[in-house]
Design a protein around this ligand. Structure first.
Ligand code: PMV
Length: 309
């Protein structure tokens, strides 16, 4: 069959358990991979190109084309046509652009005959993410590329990023629920940056406190103390609300998850007018059934720890 796909790769989405927004300012954040994500399929082609469906037009099409072009040059322009498909909700705080970037980076490196070393996947995917988000912290695509729970601190002022893999002795099971629509990450990040620049005394202490909670949360996971992790998530959500990145639809869903027995619940990702909310549960299935019956789009994902057989 001509042009049969010869290569396939996967980039998982991610959830931030603790530390979004503060990570932009150099604080650590804790993130884990989802089972949902983006699949890329590659076939031999006359030039290196992303096959974008005709329904994607205008600014979205240009953004995808420009982002892919950056990754293509960073990987040596292999002659491959790349088609992508996703089962991840887009622009809801679940790292859809990073998942796309990682799936493309993997397939481009493989097509160029280069080993898929994690640092190369992170470098090539980072090129795409910079086109999508201007100045991303790097947390999303690093988590997607490493496919494991990480405590991440971005590169700032010439200091290299730091990434620690966090082992959980217990399964970390999250219920991910979606509420409303939200704007792009760069908008929420830029608006917060403007408030921080204008009133640093109001904000910088809160941002540092989120970093402290993320570090503490990582230790609690390693100790298997899920009650403490849940409490850290609740406190983190309160601070995100104080920073002005939550909204009534998000807060309502957070309270609903807590009412359904979550050990802790918070927004995940950039937040804004809507987006994804996570709840930490020992057994999320009853809450999943209740929310699904109420018409809320939600799913369960285990982000770390021993998997059930
Ligand atoms: O909403 P998402 O999946 O784009 O995540 C954004 C996370 C932020 O910390 C708000 C931004 C960043 O660059 O880390």
């Amino acid at each position: 069959m001509p042009n049969a796909p010869t290569l396939t790769s996967f980039g998982p989405g991610k959830v931030i358990l603790l530390g979004e927004h503060a990570v932009v300012y150099g604080e650590p954040a804790l993130a884990g991979p989802l089972s949902l994500g983006v699949i890329a399929q590659g076939s031999p082609a006359s030039r290196c190109k992303l096959e974008i469906p005709p329904s994607v037009r205008g600014r979205g099409r240009k953004l995808l084309t420009d982002a892919f072009a950056r990754a293509a040059s960073a990987s040596g322009l292999p002659k491959i046509g790349v088609a992508v498909s996703s089962n991840l909700p887009i622009s809801m705080g679940l790292g859809s652009s990073a998942a796309l970037s990682v799936a493309c980076a993997r397939i481009l490196l493989r097509a160029a005959g280069k080993p898929e070393k994690p640092e190369d996947v992170i470098r090539v995917a980072g090129e795409m993410e910079r086109e999508f988000h201007a100045q991303p912290s790097g947390l999303d695509h690093t988590c997607s590329a490493l496919r494991t729970l990480i405590l991440f601190r971005r590169s700032l002022k010439g200091i290299a990023p730091s990434v620690s893999r966090i082992q959980s002795p217990r399964p970390l099971r999250l219920l991910v629920a979606l509420s409303g629509k939200r704007g792009p990450t760069w908008k929420t990040v830029t608006e917060l940056k403007e408030r921080v620049a204008r009133w640093p005394a109001h904000y910088l202490g809160l941002i540092r406190e989120i970093g402290r909670i993320a570090r503490e949360g990582a230790r609690e996971i390693e100790r298997g103390d899920l009650d403490a992790l849940g409490d850290a998530m609740n406190v983190n959500h309160g601070i995100l609300t104080a920073l002005g990145v939550s909204s009534p639809p998000i807060d309502e869903l957070v309270h609903r998850l807590r009412g359904l027995g979550a050990l802790g619940a918070k927004l995940t990702g950039a937040g804004g007018e809507g987006g994804a909310v996570i709840g930490l549960f020992l057994e999320p299935e009853p809450a999943l059934v209740k929310l699904t019956q109420a018409g809320i789009h939600c799913f369960v994902s285990q982000v770390a720890g021993p998997q059930a057989l």
